[in-house]
Design a protein. Structure first.
Length: 341
């Protein structure tokens, strides 16, 4: 019940989805959303590129979908504290639709965006679906954000869920869409940062949750599924990894080779990052399927610190050389896109 208690304590507002947004001015392309309004209604009202939606403090219980034709859109909380503005819903992969089918993992997301040039700032995206409340559902992936658009930028955003919190995907199997996360907080338990995108996490905080199971590992932070032709997968730089579970209960990553893309060659680089004691330092990586051993994947580390980064068995912690590290930077991954400019 921890998630619902946390979210209920943040704000008191609740969304009425029938309500619409209000324009700040007829001359300014800014829409304001307040408790009683709907974020999705504001998205639907966007009539051109470069618009901004300001979401005022409150809890907005709804699903938000940004379609591909809403390019260069900015959505931001009205304050600098992302805890003040929360967009949350509760459904999982195995949740039934009205027609009896299930939503699937992408369809479980509280927030979905396929729009290029999306900027999200100063708010919280959460999926508060809980396994304990639904013992009959086996598809327990419950996504907070599913992002596919190129040049998607998240700054000072909290992403909260359990399994599959953040799905960093691409618009097509052969697309190398880029995503950038800065000063974000991301928590979960199983594969809670996963997908095929070129995704850079800079100065982010990853937190593994306590999980009520008797086995270990209790989960993994990353599960990349990078396309073989893409030289850049997930990069975490100057970040930190903490845990609410006991020491060594989590793995840093496992490779995801989807059944629909068996040529995937997952890529993950974690560098200049403090890794806490919740990560198993001896065997930080594990297979998702034995047919695709992690040792054959593009998993590398560089100059990490902390008890979870101690190299005790070198073959279990492949490291970049100094020359190789120069190829794994924000600039190298994002190319001609400069989200911090």
């Amino acid at each position: 019940m921890r998630r619902r208690t946390l979210l209920a304590g943040i704000t008191a507002g609740l969304v009425a989805v029938e309500a619409g947004p209000a324009f700040a001015s007829a001359r300014r392309p800014v829409l304001h959303v307040r408790p009683g309004d709907s974020v999705q209604a504001a998205v639907d009202a966007v009539d051109g590129p470069g618009r901004t939606i300001v979401v005022h403090p409150g809890t907005y219980r709804e699903v938000v979908n940004i379609p591909v034709d809403k390019g260069e859109l900015t959505i931001r909380g009205a304050t600098c504290d992302p805890r003040d503005t929360v967009i949350v819903f509760d459904r999982a992969n195995g949740t039934k639709k009205p027609d009896g089918t299930t939503y699937g993992t992408p369809g479980s997301a509280t927030f979905t965006s396929a729009a290029p040039g999306l900027t999200l700032r100063d708010l919280t995206l959460a999926n508060d679906w809980l396994r304990a409340d639904h013992p009959d559902i086996t598809g327990t992936q419950a996504v907070a954000a599913y992002v596919t658009g190129d040049r998607s930028s998240f700054e000072n955003v909290r992403l909260l869920a359990h399994q599959d919190t953040l799905f960093v995907d691409t618009t097509a199997l052969d697309a190398f869409d880029r995503q950038y996360f800065r000063h974000c907080y991301i928590e979960g338990d199983v594969d809670f940062v996963f997908g095929r995108a070129t995704a850079v996490f800079e100065a982010c905080h990853f937190h593994t949750l306590q999980r009520d199971v008797t086995f270990t590992p209790k989960g993994m932070v990353f599960a990349p599924s990078t396309a073989r032709a893409n030289p850049h997968g997930i990069l975490a730089v100057r970040s930190r990894i903490t845990s609410g579970a006991e020491d060594g209960a989590y793995k840093l990553a496992r490779p995801w080779v989807p059944s629909y893309e068996t040529t995937a060659w997952p890529s993950l680089v974690v560098r200049d990052t403090r890794i806490g004691s919740g990560i198993d330092p001896v065997t930080p990586y594990v297979n998702m399927r034995d047919a695709y051993p992690w040792q054959t994947m593009r998993f590398r580390e560089y100059r990490n610190a902390g008890p979870g980064a101690v190299v005790t068995v070198p073959e279990n912690r492949p490291q970049l050389t100094g020359d190789e590290a120069r190829l794994h930077t924000r600039e190298a991954y994002l190319g001609d896109w400069r989200p911090c400019a």
